[in-house]
Design a protein around this ligand. Structure first.
Ligand SMILES: *[C@@H]1O[C@H](CO)[C@@H](O)[C@H](O)[C@H]1NC(C)=O
Ligand SMILES: *[C@@H]1O[C@H](CO)[C@@H](O)[C@H](O)[C@H]1NC(C)=O
Ligand SMILES: [Cu+2]
Length: 485
């Protein structure tokens, strides 16, 4: 009987409960609960309260027993996994915890593994989008998560407290790293435009979950100080309780609050007060770098790609996450390719377009058997690769697992801007499936011939026709066709 009961039971109640539980373990399943409760009722030495407590412990025990099996199987605890055809594309409805204050909006994408176990590789990462109205202050907070943020729009100033305080200007395209636990706050210093920030978070305390901690607050979120008892705070602050109460009760609620022109000016003025290099031990926090000011690693009239890899940028180093920005010209596409080992988490910033991917995990045959060896026979008439499709517009998030061939295209009338976080980026290689540098043309002629069952020359001609690299003219689809995707 290795179970724990959380409720308080006095000793003889507990003993009786153990006895009934043992008896009932032998009894058949359905009447168990009834019999347990019956045992409670017939105990003469129990008063009414004890009988009720006893019955309640019966309920608790059976509830626990029912859940126990399930909890041991999955680590997900209370989270039920959705069964979805396409777990790789997330729309507005998949954002949970949308906080809308009068002065802005904070959205957090659902946990990846809540969507599908196929996303376990990025279980520990979350995506959040923050929009702060013009002239606002986002209050001091720390997270139990490592954060990489990308400024998608607007301009602000962010301040991070470590051993010293550092303030940095933020503008569109900036990438900034906030170490787990470091308190920070920022302002939108523009008087007309919203400040839009996309965050990738890697949780540090509970895998896949993160929390925010605010020293100052009103009601929900309140200040974390108010979780302590007044006498403890009295001792800690050396301030009498009535003063403390008054102090903590006068605070304004809200995470994003309006700030006056004066306050904004004052908070902007303290930029760059820290030396260029942080103290040795605190190497991770450094000034932001601008992704869009890097030399584009791919550029032609069909699009531009900017990338920052963790080997070059210390802000990305310890998380091993790369960040990329793609601007795809209207009617153009990205060469079909796959990443050798990184998982891509892409957030559409603006524009319209589509996403296609081949996924063997969701094919009809693997879904049925899940065993590779049996697939060969089952294959007749069934597909090995599920065609994953997604329509892309502002705010859509999509995930591309390692090894999965995919392509992205802009709609005929709209360009498409995407920011991508690439998890597990160290040593990643992009393998191209069409265009210059494609993998097939790097194979030996005989291998091409045998593989494709076509003379090697012909295979080569097929794969040499497209001479562009990375960005191509896109599929000639009608607006309605990709709209249905
Ligand atoms: C994307 O590219 C277009 C030109 O094709 C340009 O006008 C636009 O400013 C670019 N957007 C961003 C965010 O770089
Ligand atoms: C897209 O462009 C085509 C031709 O350039 C035009 O006929 C069509 O109306 C446009 N569609 C939309 C939705 O703007
Ligand atoms: Cu897959």
């Amino acid at each position: 009987m290795a179970f724990k009961i959380k409720i308080n039971l006095n000793l003889h109640l507990l003993l009786l409960f153990l006895i009934t539980a043992v008896c009932l373990a032998l009894a058949s399943k359905d009447p168990e609960l009834k019999q347990c409760k019956h045992q409670c009722k017939v105990q003469r030495q129990f008063d009414e309260q004890q009988k009720r407590d006893c019955e309640r412990s019966c309920d608790e025990y059976y509830k626990m027993k029912k859940e126990k099996g399930r909890n041991y199987e999955s680590e997900e605890e209370e989270e039920e996994e959705e069964e979805v055809e396409n777990p790789y594309v997330f729309d507005d409805e998949h954002f949970v915890g949308q906080i809308e204050t009068g002065e802005g909006k904070i959205k957090v994408l659902q946990k990846f593994t809540q969507r599908s176990h196929l996303l376990r590789g990025i279980e520990n990462f979350r995506v959040s989008i923050v929009e702060a109205n013009p002239s606002t202050f986002v209050v001091p907070t720390h997270f139990d998560a490592e954060i990489i943020l990308f400024v998608a729009q607007g301009r602000g100033t962010i301040t991070v407290i470590k051993e010293k305080r550092g303030s940095f200007e933020l503008k569109c395209g900036d990438v900034f790293r906030i170490p787990s636990g470091a308190p920070f706050y920022f302002i939108n210093k523009d008087e007309h435009r919203k400040l839009k920030i996309v965050k990738l978070l890697q949780s540090t305390s509970v895998p896949g979950h993160f929390q925010t901690f605010q020293p100052a607050g009103g009601e929900n979120p309140e200040s974390f100080y108010t979780a302590f008892s007044w006498d403890l705070l009295e001792a800690a602050f050396k301030i009498p309780r009535d003063k403390l109460e008054r102090f903590f009760k006068q605070q304004k609620p809200g995470t994003i609050i309006k700030a006056s022109r004066e306050q904004i000016r004052s908070l902007s003025r303290h930029e760059e007060i820290i030396p260029k290099i942080w103290p040795f031990s605190e190497g991770e926090t450094e000034r932001p770098f601008n992704l869009l000011k890097q030399h584009p690693c791919q550029s032609n009239k069909f699009g531009r790609l900017f990338e920052a890899y963790p080997d070059e940028f210390s802000q990305l180093r310890d998380l091993g996450v790369a960040i990329a920005f793609a601007n795809i010209t209207e009617g153009s596409m990205v060469a079909p390719h796959y990443n050798s080992k990184s998982m891509k988490i892409a957030v559409v910033l603006d524009g319209q377009g589509g996403f296609q991917m081949a996924c063997p995990h969701l094919s009809s045959s693997s879904r049925r058997s899940g065993r590779w060896s049996e697939r060969e026979e089952e294959r007749k008439g069934e597909r090995t690769y599920q065609k994953i499709r997604g329509r892309l517009s502002r705010g859509v998030v999509f995930v591309v697992p390692a090894g999965h061939p995919f392509s992205v295209f802009a709609s005929p009338n709209h360009s498409l801007q995407i920011v991508c976080f690439e998890v597990n980026a160290y040593g990643n290689t992009k393998y191209f499936l069409a265009g210059k540098e494609n993998i097939v043309n790097k194979m030996e002629s005989i291998a091409r011939e045998l593989g494709f069952n076509t003379p090697g020359r012909e295979v080569e001609r097929m794969f040499k026709q497209q001479e562009e690299e990375f960005f191509f003219p896109g599929p000639n689809q009608q607006e309605h066709e990709w709209a249905d995707a």
